[in-house]
Design a protein around this ligand. Structure first.
Ligand code: FAD
Ligand code: SIN
Length: 541
């Protein structure tokens, strides 16, 4: 089947939905989304959205906190845009029906690691769920927007599939839409568009332990890479310091680890070793409120040194009523696991949480391919540098989805588009049951390799091992892919492998420790040269 639209948006989290709302007044939009439309990282976000809204806050303070967390790699221009345009986007969310928590009639502002003041707008501890609800309601009321659930984008359409290019022609390549798998009947649709927005979120599922939901298999990074777009700073994977330890975090299951929000530390939570001793003061003067890379590494170090499986997060010194008021969801979820957080310590471990790098875009979300935009977690705007400041991610998605939408409006309404004849998907291939077993096995293998060798602490040897293992898996999956009629799991595995390759390759290129990339072979940040991004680009179409 062939579908035509002005704008194709891949993903229905905060970035995709917000962009859709901002182009739909003038243009026809199709949103394709892999599963149920609410299933996204956005829907799980807890702490909130950082923005300058408090009396004792200022743009300079938010800019400075963001730059400090980013360990010298943030780009000043997009950071200034993010911070200065943030408050307007928050008010727009409120106008769209988002109900944030209020205190004495004003927005209640929380605090998280790396922030010098209280500036996190939130809806109790279920901020993402509330934002997703409000955006979906608005999107549902727009006639110009069609949402296709259970539709998984396979690959972007560019010159390489239209003209069957054998040689790489990277410069001036165009994106004309995507091939999309209708998961319900396994048919492939060709969706052509004047502009395509990747809003596919993160890649936490690359790792064995992650806070990310099952959809986060890095499809957008992988599709963009295969199509020849530039990816940047893929080595900077943020591990959230405090995911709930359920007794078997290394069980191999892909299901997300439950997050204990950073706001719990902002509220006064204290990290303790298993013998109840506080330890963060040994690592950083900001203690529990140091940026995430520092806290996650400190926990990792304590666990390795002591041979423990988890550390504790303690809020028992805070009034029980306040705990329940601020963190009703966390309180309930922990209680279901047998822990009353008003009286008992919470067992926690770090888990893969956020990709700071991604598809390289400019300040209007445009990638290095003509017609391809990216926003939200899949993009690299230059804001996060080597380590994202807590709660800057939802804000980035809003600010840059809005900017991309304005740019697309301008371009689509003022330019002439000549989309060539796009071939339909070649469906040849067969699959035997044996191969399906190989898929689930390879899934586990990728996640284990990445967790063991490309995690919080890296080394040249570990990266080399990971590279070789992932390369073998890459050869196997490519061979299988050529012989197979596509289905969702094979697409996701292929994407996980491509993302792993991109992360390892970028980590190998960075010969220093900086922010989230910490390696035993180069313990220090290289001060002898200007901070630089690691850019990778697929040269083979
Ligand atoms: P997502 O919200 O992940 O949406 C991605 C969409 O793309 C989904 O609809 C998915 O189904 C779809 N998709 C993916 N691949 C395909 C494909 N091949 N075809 C079709 N559709 C596809 N950030 C903050 O700023 N504050 C917080 O408090 C916060 N808390 C968090 C808590 C948790 C547990 C997690 C996991 C993350 C948190 N983050 C937080 C990070 C933040 O939630 C995400 O970075 C952000 O929501 C990403 O939004 P997005 O729109 O880019 O992607
Ligand atoms: C959290 O609530 O700790 C998550 C915040 C974030 O990822 O920015």
């Amino acid at each position: 089947m062939k579908l035509e639209t002005d704008v194709l948006i891949i993903g229905s989290g905060i970035a995709g939905l917000y962009a859709a709302l901002k182009v739909a007044d003038n243009l026809k939009v199709i949103i394709v989304t892999k599963k149920d439309k609410a299933e996204s990282n956005t829907n799980l976000a807890q702490g909130g959205i950082a923005s300058v809204l408090g009396q004792n806050d200022s743009f300079d303070k938010h800019i400075s906190d963001t730059l400090i967390a980013g360990a010298g790699l943030c780009k000043r221009e997009p950071v200034e845009i993010l911070v200065k345009e943030g408050p307007e986007r928050i008010h727009d969310l409120i106008n769209l029906g988002t109900r944030f928590t209020l205190k004495n009639g004003q927005l209640d502002l929380a605090r998280e690691g790396g922030h010098s003041v209280h500036r996190i707008v939130h809806a109790a501890d279920l901020t993402g769920h509330e934002v997703e609800r409000a955006l979906l309601e608005s999107v549902n009321s727009k006639e110009n927007i069609t949402i296709l659930e259970d539709h998984c984008a396979i690959d972007l359409i560019t010159e390489h599939n239209v003209y069957q290019l054998k040689e790489a022609v990277i410069n001036n390549r165009h994106c004309w839409g995507a091939y999309v798998l209708d998961v319900r009947d396994n048919t492939v649709q060709t969706v052509t568009a004047k502009a395509t927005i990747l809003a596919t979120g993160g890649l936490g599922q690359v790792y064995l332990n992650t806070t990310n939901p099952l959809i986060a298999t890095g499809d957008g990074f992988a599709m963009a890479y295969r199509a020849g777009a530039k990816l940047g700073n893929m080595e900077f994977i943020q591990f959230h310091p405090t995911a709930f330890y359920s007794g078997s975090i290394n069980s191999g299951a892909s299901h997300p680890s439950f997050l204990i929000s950073e706001a719990v530390r902002g509220f006064g939570g204290i990290l303790r070793t298993k013998d109840h001793n506080e330890f963060m003061s040994k690592y950083d003067s900001r203690k529990e409120l140091a940026p995430r890379d520092i806290v996650a590494r400190a926990i990792d170090n304590e666990l390795k040194k002591r041979g423990d499986d988890y550390v504790y997060l303690d809020v028992t010194h805070k009034p029980a009523q306040e705990i329940k008021e601020h963190f009703p969801h966390i309180y309930e979820r922990c209680l279901e696991s047998g822990i009353d957080i008003t009286k008992e310590f919470i067992p926690v471990v770090p888990a893969a949480h956020y990709a700071c790098g991604g598809v390289v875009v400019d300040t209007v979300g445009h990638s290095s391919l003509e017609g391809l935009y990216a926003c939200g977690e899949v993009s690299m705007t230059g804001i996060h540098g080597a380590n994202r400041l807590a709660s800057n991610s939802l804000l980035e998605a809003l600010v840059f989805a809005y900017r991309a939408a304005l740019e697309i409006n301008r371009k689509v309404t003022t330019s002439k588009f000549d989309i060539p004849q796009i071939p339909t998907w070649d469906e040849s291939g067969t699959l035997s049951a044996d191969e399906k077993v190989m898929i689930s096995h390879s899934f586990r293998e990728v996640k284990q390799v990445m967790w063991d060798y490309v995690g919080i602490v890296r080394s040249n040897l570990r990266l080399e091992r990971a590279f070789n293992r992932i390369h073998n898996l890459y050869l196997e999956i490519e061979d299988m892919y050529k012989k197979t009629k596509v289905f969702e799991e094979i697409l996701e595995l292929r994407n996980l492998i491509t993302c792993s390759h991109a992360i390892i390759k970028s980590a190998m290129m960075r010969k220093e420790s900086r922010g989230l990339h910490y390696t035993l072979d180069y313990l220090k940040t290289d001060e002898s040269q200007e901070p630089h991004d690691t850019i990778i680009q697929n040269r083979i179409p």
